[in-house]
Write a protein that binds this ligand. Structure first.
Ligand SMILES: Nc1ncnc2c1ncn2[C@@H]1O[C@H](COP(=O)(O)OP(=O)(O)O)[C@@H](O)[C@H]1O
Ligand SMILES: [Mg+2]
Length: 440
């Protein structure tokens, strides 16, 4: 029941009472009329009672609603106060009317002291004109999203801020205030800046690496041609004049050939490595008998082992000998591993094993009883031009490219290499290869 209905009811009862009163006064002798009047009055009173009851009930409901609204209001106030981002309410001139904790922290100013201040005081001098323009436009546009601006707190410390704002309107759609959301994005900006810096550095490094690979490729290519001529002619010279030459001269030409061959291997390695690094290397895949190739390689290298009095043993334990791979590259990487094993072993033996893990995988193990590699050095041996413990290894020939090439080749072959070693006890290199390499 509405309040005015209740008022009307009261008014009705009052009028009825008046007219009854009048009637009774005009005809006091009429007993019946009096009784009627009293009855009517009691009915009206009852109606009034009911109306009062209804009103009371409504009142109670109203109080409940009010309590709920207050609870909601408090909830929103808490959300406002403890939101991680800064929230402000300003009038259309940017005068701060409300501010949450995050906003007062952002501006390093007490919550009570921030109220009444103009938001523009936190905008550095040089950006104020732009801010004013934005503010003026905001009332027509009703919304501003993700505007990045540098602000300064009450102590003059600058920070990057992302601002979003929405206007509030009266019921005639006039802009009467603005709600602001302020997010400190300094950390994000700094992180972005760092990422950009690192990306730029990476780009420079990539460019430098590409440049290095190109130089190596060009140089190696240019060196190879004259070197092949030197080797070829030295060979011819020796063959044609072996009988006329003194033993000393023969020795000299042989030395030229030996050193030239070493140089050629080095140049070839550099060229291969440059191509592998540039991603310009491709495998020449074909089916071949891995056991035969294995025997060929070890037979070739046994001479070097014998020269050092080291045994080169092989252990082949494989049923299916057919593999799909690039035999020249398999020879290259195995030769490198076995040569390393012989090179870094003074006494004892080198064992080369061939096994099959299952139908799809084969395993090659090169094990030696040589000088070994320390745990720290194991992290570096696959890097290009890395010869660990230079002082020691300078006794041994090489460029430190072999294992880098092995690793890159195995990558192309979808294979892996692992190494276990301890100083003074020897090393074991283990290669896992798919029986059938898929061309990329
Ligand atoms: N079997 C091994 N025993 C001990 N050290 C090894 C062995 N194989 C490789 N290394 C270490 O790893 C380094 C890198 O090997 P590699 O890339 O083949 O280069 P290089 O043979 O030209 O020195 C070697 O210089 C050596 O220090
Ligand atoms: Mg080597």
């Amino acid at each position: 029941m509405k309040f005015d209905r209740f008022i009307r009811k009261v008014e009705g009862v009052r009028q009825q009472t008046d007219s009854l009163y009048k009637s009774v006064h005009e005809a006091p002798q009429q007993q019946e009329l009096l009784i009627q009047a009293v009855e009517q009055l009691s009915v009206s009173l009852e109606e009034l009672h009911v109306a009062e009851e209804e009103l009371l009930q409504q009142n109670e409901q109203l109080v409940e609603y009010q309590q709920e609204i207050e609870k909601e209001r408090q909830r929103y106030q808490e959300l406002f106060d403890f939101a991680p981002d800064g929230y402000l309410v300003t009038d259309i001139n940017g005068k701060i009317l409300e501010a949450n904790q995050a906003a007062s922290q952002l501006f390093a100013i007490d919550k009570t002291r921030i109220l009444g201040k103009l938001l523009i005081v936190f905008v550095p001098q040089q950006a104020r004109r732009k801010f004013r323009e934005k503010l003026a436009r905001l009332c027509q546009q009703t919304q501003l999203r993700d505007w990045e601006i540098g602000l300064q707190n009450s102590q003059g410390i600058l920070f990057d801020c992302e601002i979003s704002a929405t206007t509030t309107n009266d019921n005639k759609a006039n802009c009467i205030g603005i709600r602001w959301l302020l997010r400190n994005v300094s950390d994000r900006k700094q992180a972005e800046e760092k990422t950009r810096f690192v990306e730029l550095q990476n780009l420079h490094l990539r460019e430098a690496a590409e440049f290095k690979s190109k130089i190596i490729a060009v140089l190696s290519h240019e060196l190879r041609t004259p070197l092949n001529a030197i080797l070829g002619f030295s060979d011819v010279l020796l063959r044609l004049n072996k009988n006329q030459f003194t033993p000393q001269s023969v020795n000299m030409v042989e030395t030229i050939i030996r050193n030239g061959k070493q140089l050629l291997t080095l140049i070839n390695n550099m060229l291969d490595f440059a191509k592998l690094e540039e991603g310009k290397f491709s495998l020449n895949l074909q089916y071949f008998n891995i056991t035969e190739l294995f025997k060929l390689i070890t037979d070739d290298l046994r001479f070097f082992a014998n020269q050092k009095n080291i045994a080169l043993n092989i252990d082949i334990n494989i049923q299916n000998v057919k593999v799909l791979n690039d035999p020249i590259r398999i020879q290259q990487l195995l030769t490198n591993l076995i040569c390393n094993a012989i090179k870094f072993t003074e006494t004892g033996s080198v064992l080369v094993e061939l096994q099959e893990l299952n139908d799809d995988k084969i395993i090659i193990i090169v094990k030696d009883t040589g000088i070994g590699i320390s745990e720290i050095d194991l992290n570096y041996i696959f890097q290009a031009f890395r010869q660990v413990n230079q002082t020691k290894t300078r006794r041994y020939q090489g460029t430190g490219l072999g294992l880098a090439i092995v690793k890159d080749l195995l990558n192309l072959m979808q294979g892996t290499i692992t190494v276990e070693s301890s100083l003074g006890e020897g090393s074991t290199f283990c290669i896992e290869l798919p029986r059938t390499v898929i061309s990329e």
